[in-house]
Design a protein around this ligand. Structure first.
Ligand SMILES: NC(=O)c1ccc[n+]([C@@H]2O[C@H](COP(=O)([O-])OP(=O)(O)OC[C@H]3O[C@@H](n4cnc5c(N)ncnc54)[C@H](O)[C@@H]3O)[C@@H](O)[C@H]2O)c1
Ligand SMILES: [Zn+2]
Length: 714
């Protein structure tokens, strides 16, 4: 999704100003949407790395066209406004965001900027802190007592979460340190331990409640509860690392590291990894060390924050728009992780496609716990790409393998490689199932296709809704008052599971009482039953189309109906063809006959036989046939002037539509073709006929006007 728009997005260098304006608006809307999902709903829709890429692009365009920068641009604002339902709290000192560095060089540039700004010869001391992936919180203490707690909100106004915060054990209600200012806003990060998050999600899932994407969203969602009892039941933790208003500092010449020590004395938990650095190399070494420990840490971090240690320097450096000049966040790159693939499950899509899904031992990747990864299809598991070339150097994937997973431009994680060293010697290769796990029908994989499909078109619950929608669609049974909405509803209630059920609704209505449904009444129910009854007589071609056999669209359904003529002949032939089905192929006469129908190729013939080879489909069709009458096909006439002739219609027709012309010609036994060849008998040319007419003349084919055609067919 995002990765696509990234590649599709025009090069910033080539943007003209009007294009840039449009692009900025597009980015802004996207970012605002994601901000709402993330900050207000605690449910992000894309990975952070993708979100950050959107922001970086916005900032790069604004840097190129500074005149397009507005004060309300996301590059100038923080977070999102407080959500409804919470009282608002004004922060005495705003809570800002942080500038980002993504490379070592950018960290070096940050330090140089600080030095230049402060006119320092030497590098100032820098505190390196893990960047905790939670949500920031501001706690107001007056005379050492907690009086108010607020989220960051838009940086100026946050949400009042005082009652919720009182349930968090890590947050003291009274400060303990020796020196306590009369008023202070103490700040830090609310977070959830990884294993607490996993346990909570498991409980939530079992109870059918919200499952969170990652520990951060889980912490945010747990804190921002209107029901304090829910917050109290959630294992929230807090690291203190910052402050807003301070009526006095509790020490002389205060520094970041001394303040952290004081916060510890006051009763807060301060992150134990925090390190005072004296060079850029020191700081980068910290970044690398903590990066290596990241997976093993009990909480999520998404980078390192570097802060100028001396508070007098911090004061001189001040702020730019949404972030301080004295600090920067050094983010980690998109992450990969190693885990065990425990099992391969098969999901059945709405159209019967069997899709394998890897069930993984839960692992955090880039701040999100990953438990599933898509495996696409049988070939993908075998290590064969869609063009036949090897994937992962041709290594297959097996249940029990140790694998490397990553989240790329997409939210759905992928398996990058298999760690072959860790594969047990006797691990069997994965055998792709040839049965639908939902309904038990056999599955089929067509030549040249990667996908296995359930053949239980009429009975598979996974496909039921799609099939039934198709069954009642316009070119199939076309039942008035029975559309997609009603099918979904009736299916949900268990009233209609397969086509025959539609025709027994009336008989069962004493029990179902459709008239009691919202939006229904006696009249509409009566009308619905009348419409259903009206369709108890159905043309064979409509019935065949309605069955939803793969590759049998309206046209092929007509070919089949015309060839077999009646339902009895058709069914007998299909039964015989299905009996001839062997793994080596089908040599039955019935199959050959089907395959030989002009316009029906091997792929279609096979799909038709697969359908009839599944006894459950035949059972469902029998049940349907007990309810309806199938009309034989009106046989094409053999004794007309155009019987057996091939006709091509071209140009703008005025006396009839293309469809009408075709239907009439076919009724009279003619074949209608799309292109002119030597086999063409007549070309009927309307106005502005082009190349087909020329070709007809070249080949000496008879060319008729519309009137001449009408005269010919009488
Ligand atoms: N996926 C999405 O749709 C989506 C949407 C919005 C935001 N986000 C993510 O949210 C973040 C951006 O939001 P942001 O403005 O909060 O900026 P930020 O998270 O990059 O940096 C600021 C925040 O870092 C936190 N922090 C953690 N440890 C800290 C420490 N030791 N010192 C100081 N601050 C510390 C604080 O909460 C502070 O508010 C990005 O990671 C972004 O990817 C994602
Ligand atoms: Zn099935």
């Amino acid at each position: 999704m995002i990765s696509k728009s990234k590649t599709a997005a025009p090069d910033i260098d080539k943007l003209t100003k009007p294009k840039a304006k449009v692009e900025l608006m597009r980015l802004r809307l996207a970012i605002e949407g994601h901000d709402k999902a993330y900050y207000q709903d605690d449910a992000p829709k894309i990975p952070d790395a993708d979100y950050d890429a959107l922001r970086r692009r916005l900032e790069a365009i604004e840097a190129k066209f500074p005149e397009l920068l507005s004060a309300s641009s996301p590059s100038q604002t923080v977070g999102a406004a407080p959500a409804r339902g919470f009282s608002k709290v004004q922060h005495a000192v705003p809570m800002l965001s942080l500038g980002n560095a993504f490379s070592d060089d950018e960290v070096g540039e940050f330090v140089e900027r600080v030095q230049r700004f402060l006119k320092l010869e030497d590098i100032p001391a820098i505190v390196a802190e893990p960047k905790i992936d939670g949500l920031s919180l501001s706690l107001r203490y007056e005379n050492g007592t907690l009086v108010r707690a607020a989220t960051r909100g838009d940086g100026f106004t946050g949400e009042d979460v005082t009652a919720n915060v009182r349930t968090i054990a890590d947050i003291p209600t009274t400060l303990k340190a020796k020196t306590i200012p009369a008023a202070c806003e103490l700040r830090g990060e609310v977070y959830m331990l990884k294993h607490d998050f996993l346990a909570l999600n498991k409980r939530q899932e079992e109870a059918g409640d919200t499952v969170f994407a990652n520990p951060r969203n889980s912490a945010a969602g747990s804190l921002r509860q209107k029901d304090v009892a829910i917050t109290a039941s959630r294992p929230l933790k807090f690291f203190a690392y910052a402050w807003g208003e301070m009526s006095d500092y509790p020490m002389e010449s205060p520094t970041q590291h001394a303040m952290l020590a004081w916060l510890g004395d006051a009763g807060f938990t301060v992150n134990p990894e925090i390190t005072l650095c004296h060079s850029v190399d020191d700081a980068l070494a910290f970044y690398r060390r903590i990066g290596e420990q990241r997976a093993a840490l009990p909480y999520d971090i998404d980078g390192v924050v570097y802060k100028v240690d001396r508070l007098d320097y911090q004061a001189r450096l001040g702020f730019v728009s949404r972030s301080p000049r004295w600090a920067i966040a050094h983010k980690f790159a998109a992450e990969q992780a190693v885990t065990v693939l425990e099992k391969i499950d098969i999901q059945v899509g709405r159209t019967g496609a069997l899709t394998p899904v890897a069930r993984l031992q839960p692992v955090t990747v880039g701040g999100v716990v990953v438990q599933n990864a898509t495996l696409h299809n049988e070939d993908y598991i075998k290590g064969v790409g869609s063009d036949g070339s090897p994937l992962r150097d041709g290594v297959d994937i097996r249940e029990g393998d140790t694998v490397v997973v990553q989240r790329a431009g997409d939210v759905i994680p992928q398996i990058v490689t298999v760690v072959l060293d860790k594969r047990p010697a006797d691990l069997p290769a994965y055998k792709f199932p040839h049965k639908c796990p939902v309904c038990g029908s056999h599955a089929a994989r067509e030549e040249g296709e990667a996908v296995w499909r359930c053949t239980g078109a009429l009975i598979c619950p996974a496909q039921a809704v799609e099939r039934l929608k198709h069954f009642v669609s316009r070119l199939a049974f076309d039942i008035d008052g029975l559309g997609e909405k009603q099918i979904v509803l009736f299916h949900e209630r268990g009233w209609v599971r397969e086509p025959a059920d539609i025709f027994t609704l009336k008989a069962r209505n004493a029990e179902l009482k459709l008239e009691d449904l919202e939006g229904y009444g006696e009249t509409s129910v009566r009308n619905l039953f009348a419409a259903i009854d009206a369709r108890r007589n159905i043309e064979l071609n409509r019935l065949i189309f309605a069955l939803g056999i793969r590759h049998v669209g309206e046209g092929n359904a007509k070919l089949l109906a015309r060839h077999y003529g009646s339902i009895d002949v058709f069914l007998a032939a299909m039964r015989a063809a299905a009996e001839g089905q062997t793994p080596e192929g089908n040599t039955s006469e019935a199959y050959q006959d089907l395959d030989n129908i002009a316009g029906i190729g091997d792929v279609v013939a096979e799909a038709v036989v697969e359908f009839f080879a599944e006894p459950r489909n035949v059972g469902a069709l029998d049940a349907l046939l007990r309810e309806i009458e199938v009309l034989p096909v009106e046989q094409a006439k053999q004794d007309t002037a155009v019987a057996g002739k091939t006709v091509v219609f071209t140009g703008a027709l005025t006396k009839f539509t293309r469809d009408e012309a075709k239907a009439a010609a076919e009724r009279l036994g003619a074949k209608v073709a799309g292109s002119v060849s030597k086999k063409t008998d007549y070309v009927v040319a309307g106005e502005d006929a082009g190349s087909k007419l020329t070709k007809a003349r070249d080949l000496g084919v008879a060319v008729l006007t519309e009137d001449e055609w009408l005269a010919l067919i009488g």
